[in-house]
Design a protein around this ligand. Sequence first.
Ligand SMILES: Nc1ncnc2c1ncn2[C@@H]1O[C@H](COP(=O)(O)OP(=O)(O)OP(=O)(O)O)[C@@H](O)[C@H]1O
Ligand SMILES: [Mg+2]
Length: 279
Amino acid sequence: MTSESEQSKNGEQPVAPAVEAANLVKDVFSDFLRKRTRVLQGVSLTVRRGETYGLLGPNGAGKTTTLKILLGLMRPTSGKVTVLDGPAGDRKTLYRIGYLPENPYFYSHLTGAEFLDFIGQLFGMPRQARRERAAELLDLVKMRDAAERPMRKYSKGMLQRLGIAQSLINDPEVVFWDEPMSGLDPIGRRDVREILKQLKQAGKTIFLNSHLLPDVNEVCDRIGIMNKGKLVCQQRIAAISATGNYRDLEDYFLTMIAENSAAEKAVDETGGPIEDSQR
Ligand SMILES: Nc1ncnc2c1ncn2[C@@H]1O[C@H](COP(=O)(O)OP(=O)(O)OP(=O)(O)O)[C@@H](O)[C@H]1O
Ligand SMILES: [Mg+2]
């Protein structure tokens, strides 16, 4: 895949993208390895430094699989990933990124403050730095009042807020958030949008998976849409509205998915892509 390296502001040094995935294929096997399913069919995408990128797509499209491969949590069957100039899962790189999983696991006997302290220890942070950072993050996600309560007593939205806090403990350069708004009430969603904007202001690169298109529309610079293991399109949010062809991001999303599904169906029925002359 050609690199989308850009020129830096002074026009001299090319700046490598924060995240680059080239032709990712992922096969999963079931029935004792008898049945193979290709869940990613050659996904290539690029996220520039400082960009907020939203990966969208229907349930099962392959967003979480893609994100796990970018993080090095899952190996692709083939294809290449570069994150902050290193391979996916590179130890040095892991210290510079933050991750909010789709279904985070929490140690329910720990309090929120203890949990953040534990994550800080995993990053090798000294005690005082952990304490300060945890306090800062508990304020950021508005969880200071619940910090000393065990997490088994937290609501879903409170756990989600803590999940966001833990993903930022190491002041990461790139954050990967899988459905950050999941389980949040409208106030929580607004808070997360604000956090995203602050991170952007601080120059962070943000990669998120989401179904909440109004939120994506507000915070993202660029989106990719996946359908059935393929990246259907990548587009700047500003460019979508500039066309004047779509009522909103939902309209664009539904149009892209419908067009892609129709094209896929045509391929299935004819055994190959429809030539223009056949239309
Ligand atoms: N470990 C696995 N074994 C078998 N199939 C899997 C596995 N993990 C994912 N899949 C399949 O891969 C496809 C993509 O799943 P993925 O979780 O990436 O989708 P998604 O786009 O994140 O969906 P959602 O919006 O529901 O979170 C789905 O068809 C899913 O069933
Ligand atoms: Mg998912």
